[in-house]
Design a protein around this ligand. Structure first.
Ligand code: GLV
Length: 309
């Protein structure tokens, strides 16, 4: 038996329908239909209620309906030996590339500056910049980060990337480790972060590292909110060291109404929409994994717990 749960009942109904069609031989149920908790072998979820897993003694694997599994990894009701699978790309890489590309293009074409000039009724042309004159640093070079970096490189931007371990991505200058991060920051007019939240990345974008960006740089954060020191970002925007920011993720979501980021003229706030799970993509990836597991094979996207993704 396979339990599907998200906080949105309509979404659960849609997933039940898609999974039942994809794998008619399996028994998919919602939480409301659950009468035999010990019969549940797999859970497909996003935002599972606290202690749900404590009531399911025979779970063999959990499938996240998203790419970032930070919330699953910090639960105390899910035994460490239960494998967790995350979505790999799942249509998210293309969306993330669009989101970052929008930010980089608006930076290149000074749209943030023109918005401020408009608010002040100011008519002033700025010198144009070619894409190659904008250096973009992408933090994270997994499925999503590599796609972002390559999309920007194809647009003509000068792109570098950084990852925890050494990587090779065509057309991208790749850095890794602490020295690599310092080199990337010093050379990034736009820093685009798509990293997951792990013990290694939390707090990575602190005041010191943001201050290491060149004067007039932009920050795009579409990874996780707990990577960024929001107060340090605001201070660097106010001092003029950073020019603008495009933020999709926050330390607290929804971003509290009183938060200074909402009203800051240099900040674009979006409500965690940079890359949304596409249902049909998620179903085909998870269904393929269920088939692999049934055949005794390893599934794709298994999370390495100590690494956090
Ligand atoms: C969204 O933030 C995800 O991790 O899929």
């Amino acid at each position: 038996m396979i339990l599907i749960h998200t906080p949105n009942p309509k979404e659960v109904a849609a997933y039940l329908d898609l999974f039942r069609r994809a794998l008619p031989q399996h028994d998919f149920i919602s939480l409301e239909q659950l009468v035999q908790p010990d019969a549940v072998q797999y859970v497909i979820t996003w935002g599972a209620p606290p202690q749900l897993f404590a009531t399911l003694p025979n779970v063999r694997a959990v499938f996240a309906l998203g790419a970032g599994v930070d919330k699953l990894l910090t639960r105390d009701d899910l035994a460490a030996e239960v494998p967790i699978y995350r979505l790999l790309d799942g249509g998210m890489a293309a969306q993330m590339a669009e989101y970052v590309r929008y930010g980089v293009l608006s930076y290149q074409r000074h749209m943030d500056v023109y918005r401020r000039q408009q608010a002040a009724g100011e008519w002033k042309m700025l010198a144009p910049k070619r894409p190659a004159q904008v250096r973009v640093g992408v933090l994270g070079l997994g499925e999503i980060g590599s796609a972002v970096a390559q999309t920007l490189a194809a647009d003509g931007y000068t792109v570098s990337g950084w990852s925890r371990s050494a990587k090779n991505v065509a057309a991208i200058t790749c850095h890794h480790g602490a020295d690599g991060l310092a080199a990337l920051l010093a050379d990034s007019d736009v820093l685009a972060c798509v990293l997951p939240s792990t013990p290694d990345t939390q707090g990575l974008l602190n005041g010191e590292r943001l201050a290491a960006l060149p004067r007039g740089a932009m920050l795009i954060n579409a990874g996780r909110g707990d990577l960024l020191d929001e107060a340090a970002l605001l201070a660097l925007l106010d001092s003029g060291h950073l020019r603008c920011a495009q933020l999709d993720v926050f330390a607290s979501e929804p971003l509290p109404h009183s938060h200074a980021l909402w009203a800051h003229p240099g900040v674009t706030v979006t409500p965690h929409i940079a890359a949304i799970t596409l249902r049909d993509e998620a179903v085909s990836q998870i269904a393929a994994n269920l088939v692999r597991l049934a055949q005794g094979e390893e599934g794709a996207g298994r999370v390495v717990r100590g690494r956090g993704y």
